[in-house]
Design a protein around this ligand. Sequence first.
Ligand SMILES: O=C(CO)COP(=O)(O)O
Length: 330
Amino acid sequence: MRGRCFFFYGLAHRASVVIVTVIITAVFAQDLPGEVFGARFSWLLRSSGVGAAAMGRRPVVGGNWKCNPDSVSKLDDLIKNINACDTSRCDVYVCPSTLHVPYVVPKIKNKALVTPQDCNPKGCGAFTGSMAVAQMKDLKMKQVMIGHSERRGEFGIFKMDDDATLAAKLKCVLDAGMSCVYCIGEPKEVREKGLSATLALMDVQLKQVYSMLDPAKVVLAYEPVWAIGTGLTATPEDAQATHKGIRDLIAKNASPAVAAAIRIQYGGSANAKNAPELSAQPDIDGFLVGGASLKPEFVDIVKAISDAKAPPVRSLTGRLAMVATRLCCR
Ligand SMILES: O=C(CO)COP(=O)(O)O
């Protein structure tokens, strides 16, 4: 159940929750004073997931293996972690290093998308050392990640990308009909100046791509540079505030509809332990995972966001929504 059906299921589930909630509240709380009735009603709504801003946004988790592992002989174990993920309630992708991509592609068995870590903005031709989207498509890949801060010059490696080259790359990816994970994030010095400074930089990083943010084709990965590989995760509240701020920027500079539909992942020391709390934040739609994607706990991260955003169809409301979705998406 993907795309439109997932969106419909989201709406149908929430409609079912509202109907069931009204019935339960009416039956069990009809004699309560007005404000108590109202408080119980809104608690029921919130605890049922209706308040989540994840309306129709399918969760998405990526494993960025970066420049790992050091030997092809270690790939099978890592691939096992990806194949162990349940992709029925969450989109999953994996970013192997360039040399390993062709090995990994045929071994993925659960619809996780093999997503290279970069592409060039031109295509095939005399571009030594780069990869073209046409080559990726030929190898049956549908998605590419660009703009990681480790390529934007934030990690002691020289600057390989900037906002202008990344805008050209995104255009190239979209023109080829592929989808894109587009990374943004602020360094520590900017975060220390506060949320407004952080969002001002996010605006700079997004300025040249606002018009290309098609929610069906682009996933944003917000990765604060100071949280990458450091064990320092943004608090759920800080991450939520930044994700919400990014969504507001998109509402202003693209459109409210794009802002509501586009998925924004959090990245930076995400792991199985902190994933449940981060997943509970309404504007966090998934994770881009580095270190923990090299471990079996990657599966638990996928499960955490799936449980938070797309509960399994065990509940009465889930079943009602599933019936409605089956009828309408046949
Ligand atoms: O850079 C990241 C993913 O792209 C995050 O890396 P860590 O999860 O290791 O902090």
